[in-house]
Write a protein that binds this ligand. Structure first.
Ligand code: DX5
Ligand code: ZN
Length: 221
């Protein structure tokens, strides 16, 4: 498996001083910025859009920005995020009328593309698109809010997806999002994940580096 990536979710960052907070978490050793986009329609919460992504780029953030779209419809916002500096764009397949078209749109915009599965979303959406995926993101909570508890059945789903990725031979990251903490990250990695979103576990502590270091120790076990 490739090197593990730690992706802090900025949903739990301090929005009043976002640029500094994102810089701090990257300086603490995090790899990727996880950027949660909520529209108060697909999910019952409202967050940030392309302007904020561009503002982070203008502020000097050079790390990959992993845009997790929890919006419906999906397509109209994709080019705006690509222009704003997104590196990866993932979306929920049930929020797109034409999944293959949305994946193509993301790729044509110059970004990596991925599908996101809620805890109860079936994996059959993978059936005809494995060759177009750079990332598969499994939600381990229901989307919409930070600070929820990891849903244990995600571990079995992770194992299933890991088998599908390995059998496919494609180069696809397996990302997990929701309730990831120092005390469960090793078990999640053992189930097959190689990219870990963590919001409250990192931003909820004063010393980001201590948390990221503890996660890396757990991942090395
Ligand atoms: C939830 C978001 C997550 C969330 C994770 O809809 O997609 O990225 O911020 O937060 P924690 O790590 O606190 O569960
Ligand atoms: Zn997310």
């Amino acid at each position: 498996m490739r090197p593990f990536l730690i992706a802090p979710s900025i949903l739990s960052a301090d929005f009043a001083r976002l640029g500094d907070d994102v810089k701090a978490v990257l300086d603490a050793g995090a790899d990727v910025v996880h950027f949660d986009v909520m529209d108060n329609h697909y999910v019952p919460n409202l967050t940030i859009g392309p302007m904020v992504c561009k503002a982070l780029r203008d502020y000097g953030i050079t790390a990959d920005i992993d845009v997790h779209l929890m919006v419906k419809p999906v397509d109209r916002i994709v080019p705006d995020f690509a222009k704003a500096g997104a590196s990866i764009i993932t979306f929920h397949p049930e929020a797109s009328e034409h999944i293959d078209r949305t994946l193509q749109l993301i790729k044509e915009s110059g970004c990596k593309a991925g599908l996101v599965f809620n805890p109860a979303t079936p994996l059959h959406y993978l059936d005809h698109v494995m060759d177009k995926l750079d990332v598969i993101l499994l939600m381990s909570v229901n989307p919409g809010f930070g600070g929820q508890s990891f849903i244990p059945s995600t571990l079995d789903k992770l194992r299933q997806v890991r088998e599908r990725i390995d059998a496919s031979g494609f180069d696809i990251r397996l990302e997990v999002d929701g309730g990831v903490k120092v005390d469960n990250i090793a078990e999640i990695a053992a189930a097959g994940a190689d990219m870990f979103v963590a919001g409250s576990a990192i931003f909820g502590k004063p010393d980001y580096k201590a948390v990221v270091d503890e996660m890396r120790v757990e991942l090395a076990k």
